[in-house]
Design a protein around this ligand. Structure first.
Ligand code: 0XW
Ligand code: MG
Length: 370
């Protein structure tokens, strides 16, 4: 089974109702997702996707992904799809780094292998431990009362975990938001407070002290891992890393040095599902909780995150965030990836279990092979 053609598509994924997704690091309104369709000489098709949440959230951006795909794709034409490692090696021979672009291919290869073997992608990642994974709701930076109202609604809807975004405004508003969310939901949901790199260490320490009695993990408070490292032993709350885990080596450093008490992981940022299995296992060795998210994206990314999430030990699992609550579209109306009651059913069909119909994304923006 060889790769005959690769089609690349662009798909705009705007925030529902013309809204804004507000974080300390950026406001975003519409994200341009990149999809790869890998076609084999025996008629199988695998899909991959990568969708940075704008050019500011992390050092990845849409046109960067497409330029990287343009370097890699010609070298994949004619390659055999029998296992993952030779294909990963081939990609590394074509381009150094750019894991977030390689991730789209990795997801697509696994989709094809799963279909060929008649098993879901979760089986190729080590095997599902559950058929329904926890998700979490991300409360964007907003008015404290309104945020607490949405928090209560989402807990009622079944979400077991909430992420409260803070930063980019004054301490009083951030502290009020955390207190009001806690008053509204209490122990009914696990809380994480996400600074999205936007806080100084001094701000983080003050916030921590003013919210000392509320149980939550503080996610990526400051810009760099080094800044976050200086907070060790100076906060009452556990600290999680998200954006700072730019690749496997960054995770290894954070785990081995004990900088982080847990993680918010993005599958494409970390190079794809295969690389994430190593990270998952590394976290298991040190009993570190983590999520399996991506920053944005449609059903292909959502399926990838869900398959991986199902292979994580549930007691250490911090949820799979997918963009579904914030976007309208599904790529495969018959098999959409949806959150129901705060959880995501794991697709059971072969491969990713999501098959966009021909023409779903219009004409390709690039074609490689014949
Ligand atoms: C909540 N997320 C998973 C979605 C947005 O991309 C931001 C991200 C995070 O935790 O930073
Ligand atoms: Mg985060």
């Amino acid at each position: 089974m060889r790769i005959e053609r690769i089609n690349v598509y662009s798909k705009l994924l705007p925030v529902k109702g013309g809204g804004v997704y507000r974080m300390a690091s950026d406001d975003v309104q519409s994200l341009d997702s990149t999809l790869v369709e890998i076609v084999t000489n025996n008629g199988l098709t695998g899909w991959g996707e990568t969708c940075p949440i704008g050019p500011v959230y992390q050092p990845h951006h849409t046109l960067g992904a497409r330029a990287a795909i343009d370097e890699i794709a010609p070298g994949l034409i004619g390659q055999e799809i029998a296992s993952i490692r030779p294909l990963a090696k081939r990609m590394d021979e074509r381009l150094n780094g750019h894991g977030y672009a390689k991730a789209a291919f990795d997801i697509g290869f696994l989709d094809i292998l799963g279909q060929r073997l008649g098993v879901p992608v979760s089986t190729l990642l080590g095997g599902a431990l559950t058929d329904r994974v926890q998700s979490y709701y991300s409360l964007i930076v907003g008015d404290p009362d309104e945020t607490a109202r949405i928090a209560a609604d989402k807990v009622k809807a079944g979400y077991p975990r909430l992420q409260v975004k803070i930063g980019g405004r004054n301490l009083e508003q951030d502290v009020a938001t955390i207190h009001k969310v806690w008053e509204a939901v209490g122990f009914r949901a696990r809380l994480v407070v996400d600074g999205n790199r936007g806080l100084t260490t001094a701000y983080a320490m003050n916030l921590d002290r003013l919210c000392a009695s509320i149980p939550f993990a503080l996610e990526q408070p400051c810009n760099t891992m080094d800044e976050v490292a200086t907070l060790k032993g100076r906060l009452v709350h556990p600290v999680y890393l998200d954006e700072s885990t730019e690749d496997q080596n960054a995770v290894l450093r954070a785990v081995s040095s004990g900088i982080a008490d847990g993680f918010g992981f993005k599958v494409t940022r970390l190079g794809g599902l295969t690389k994430m299995t190593t990270i998952r296992d590394l976290c298991a060795i040190r009993s570190l909780p983590h999520s399996c998210d991506d920053a944005w994206g449609g059903d292909i990314i959502a399926a990838a995150c869900t398959h991986l999430a199902s292979t994580v030990e549930p007691r250490r699992f911090e949820g799979a965030w997918i963009a579904q609550e914030y976007i309208e579209d599904h790529y495969d109306e018959a098999n959409p990836i949806v959150i129901t009651g705060g959880h995501i059913p794991v697709p059971q069909g072969p491969g990713l279990g999501v098959k966009p119909e021909q023409g779903t994304f219009g004409d390709p923006i690039a074609v490689y092979g014949s």
